[in-house]
Design a protein around this ligand. Structure first.
Ligand code: CTP
Ligand code: MG
Length: 180
């Protein structure tokens, strides 16, 4: 069933979707790279902060635990199974999302892109790829059971769309500097 595939895929990715938004809203402060440069360019830039990374991770884990709490009710409601997040998976998805975004900034700086510059495709998928990699590392059986091929396809198609619409929304609301 298409609806089930989409709902399960997005549900399972939610703990990786929310951390970046939380970082945009509540981040800021001292940059992770401490202002350090490499070959004349910032290592990561002022947009990657300790506070944003920590808050994003905590919010993602908290969301996974909240989803676990409402899972039985929702399963009864929708009539199909929804995955429960083991703590290690919750941490891997949330921290992996932040790490993916940090690695993307590292690549952006190496390719001469200033803070806030767009890097299409990388911007939209960095966090899902690293979140899934990290989750696979800590709980391979869980990932292979939950992320069947059709669901991975849903994630790869839906994530850029969700990312672009939430970022455009955040831009319109004045919460984000750029609409991407
Ligand atoms: N943010 C943060 N810590 C992070 C990620 C994001 O504090 N680990 C906050 C920063 O205030 C950042 C904003 O969220 O400016 C937007 O995030 P993002 O678009 O990822 O960063 P940019 O400022 O656009 O920088 P970059 O070019 O490196 O992506
Ligand atoms: Mg940006």
């Amino acid at each position: 069933m298409v609806v089930e595939t989409v709902v399960v895929a997005l549900w399972a990715m939610l703990p990786a979707y929310v951390p970046n938004n939380a970082a945009v809203l509540l981040g800021g402060g001292a940059p992770i790279d401490g202002g350090r440069t490499w070959r004349g360019r910032r290592l990561l830039g002022d947009g990657k902060t300790w506070r944003g990374t920590a808050i994003g991770t905590v919010v993602g884990v908290a969301l996974a635990l909240a989803l676990n709490a409402v899972q039985p009710t929702l399963v009864a409601l929708v009539g199909f199974g929804l995955p429960v997040f083991p703590l290690a998976v919750a941490v891997a998805l949330a921290f992996g999302a932040m790490l993916g975004d940090i690695l993307a900034s590292f690549l952006k700086r190496r390719t001469g892109r200033k803070r806030g510059a767009a890097f299409p495709v990388l911007d939209q998928l960095d966090f899902v790829v690293v979140a899934l990699l990290l989750a696979t590392l800590v709980a391979p059986a869980w990932v292979f059971e939950v992320f069947t091929l059709p669901r991975v396809v849903v994630v790869l198609v839906a994530t850029p769309l969700l990312h672009l619409t939430t970022n455009a929304g955040a831009y319109v609301l004045g919460l984000k500097e750029e609409p991407y």
